[in-house]
Ligand binder design. Structure first.
Ligand code: HEC
Length: 148
């Protein structure tokens, strides 16, 4: 049986993280090579930052509901099939919207972050990178590709 975390506990944890986060986008740009093996940044078919197709396009990711990037969800010119895991789609269905704060937390421990969000210790999202340093800076850099 998965252990359930009360919603109030999650909300307090999210608020606490938000007040601490502050990243430097210029530093994040240099560190983004940690992500480009799997992620590109593409605006309307224009490749702004080259990257692999293993992960979803990160253009406009801040403010986006998790698991909804169209090509990566349903397939498209770059991807023959939809690739989001059921757990990432479930997180979006349950209200996960990406912010600089939670992208930083997710980048430090993707599986742990999604398990905590879903209150489901069996969840298995498909990103195994664990960033030790610079997550806030990378998140701030990604925000420069998102509408304010
Ligand atoms: C080894 C490949 C790989 C690397 C490297 C990687 N990711 Fe990912 N990322 C993925 C995959 C695969 C997913 C989709 C996960 C799922 O569906 O469970 C993903 C999903 C995401 C999402 C959610 C996107 C959405 O639309 O819901 C964000 C945000 C993200 N990654 C940020 C990063 C950042 C920041 C880095 C660099 C620190 C990074 N990733 C490095 C493979 C990777």
């Amino acid at each position: 049986m998965p252990r359930k975390t009360p919603l109030a506990v999650i909300l307090v944890a999210i608020t606490a993280t938000q007040s601490l986060a502050s990243g430097d986008p210029a530093k994040g740009e240099k560190l983004f090579n940690r992500c480009t093996s799997c992620h590109a940044i593409i605006r309307n078919n224009e490749v702004l930052v080259k990257g692999g197709i293993t992960g979803p396009n990160l253009y406009d990711v801040v403010g986006r509901v998790a698991g909804t990037e169209n090509d990566y969800r349903y397939g498209g010119p770059r991807l023959p099939v939809g690739m989001f895991t059921d757990d990432m789609i479930r997180a979006g269905d349950q209200g996960l919207v990406w912010t600089t704060e939670n992208i930083a937390a997710y980048s430090r421990d993707p599986i742990g972050f999604i398990r905590t969000f879903l209150a489901d210790d069996t969840a298995r999202p498909n990103m195994s990178v664990k960033l030790k340093k610079g997550a806030d800076d990378i998140a701030a850099y990604l925000a420069t590709f998102s509408a304010p």
